[in-house]
Design a protein around this ligand. Sequence first.
Ligand SMILES: [Zn+2]
Length: 482
Amino acid sequence: MAEEKVERFYDWFLRVLEEGEFIDQRYPVKGFIVHRPNAAIIEKHVYDMIEGELEKEGHKRSMFPSVVLKSFFEKEAEHAEGFAPEVFWLEPIKGESEERLALRPTSETIMYYMYALWVRSYRDLPMKLYQSCQIWRLDTKATKALLRDREFYWIEAHDVFRTPGEAEEQVLTDERIMQKTVWERLGIPFVFLKRPEWDKFPGGEATYAFETLAPDGRALQFGTTHNLGQKFSKSFEIQYLDEDGEKKMPYQTCFGPGVSRILACLIAVHGDDKGAVLPFEVAPVQVVVVPVLFKDNMKEKVMEKARELHKTLSKDYRVVLDDSDKTPGNKYYHWELRGVPIRIEVGPRDVEAGKVTLVPRDTGEKKQVPEENVLDAVKEEAAAMLERMKEKAKKDFESRVAEASSMEELGKKLDEVRGFVKVPFCDVESFDGLACADEIGERFKAFVRGVPAHNPEKPPEGARCIVCGKPAKHIVWVSRSY
Ligand SMILES: [Zn+2]
């Protein structure tokens, strides 16, 4: 892997984001960044793909207010306590209400007030709504562009069911949605972890997180899904009349894919020393046509061919013709930094041979293709490139999951593999394990991220918690994180 990206990940990341014109951090409010077109267009495509999957699973789009009354916020006690330190408060509006308003840090307490008005009968269930929006959290730690902002962009889906089984099933559906988008179409490998009891969503019954790895070994969480059980339906008095004539409380789930975080993952996972490497489907510019001009007598012919190619390719793809006065080398640098998946070069020899030179961003290997096949050649190369990106990312991810059986070994492995280290651990299903998790945190600045939601490994016979020495109930995944 590229050295700069690994050794000084955040410096590299920020350089790519700023020089590549993805973001601008000069707006003078800490934690609030500008998403320039290169970022916002990718985010739009990510929104489209996840929204499409949510809709296939029966969700409907909606938009809820961004402010929440303090009293609503406080209805679910654990929720209020958990989020209180991160809330941006607005002053009460004079002459209207004495109550303060919060900018939503998440929308449960806004949406569920309405759900209580809407859910009447078992015929209203399941109710599945989502909104694509931004939320605000006053993180007091050092902010980091796209990784820890105070304003970020996401989708939140909030579902209501008759049975706990349907709620559990939804958690698996949410995971499938991430598999079909973040992994299959964006090539970001991830693990789906059930969080420890002490790290759950405030007010939820179980929290699951989607995590990949940054090159420096820190886990990048890009989404969560929560089984809320009946906690919120109790505090918000959401009730329905069931078939048997009884009033019942429904079961709820909420799912939050972080769109800005997914953009961060795309850059972090696929990028190299030259900059971003973007999957074709989401790239703001998918193909750049670069005329390579050096013989004066051929100049006009080359330009003409380049314009023709631009026109042909624009029928199917997002294409730019770089006819600036820069040298070819400078043009390559410019577009490589921005992650443009395919470059097409046209030079005098190509024109004479009726061919073009196609260069995929990931390998940089030049390939000559007949001019008349250029549309298909781009399509094929884009698909092949995604497969290569997936394979490379998966191999890298898998090589960075290690095991350890003592505290000492855990510390060593965390530095060595720069990733997740699996260790025997006493208990993540109750607060009994919290002291052990804190000890790991103190010694290595690493966290017990949880256990895989599917087929979690069982500790071997007689295995003991690497911190307290009590019998180990779980094999937990530990890592540093953003
Ligand atoms: Zn322990």
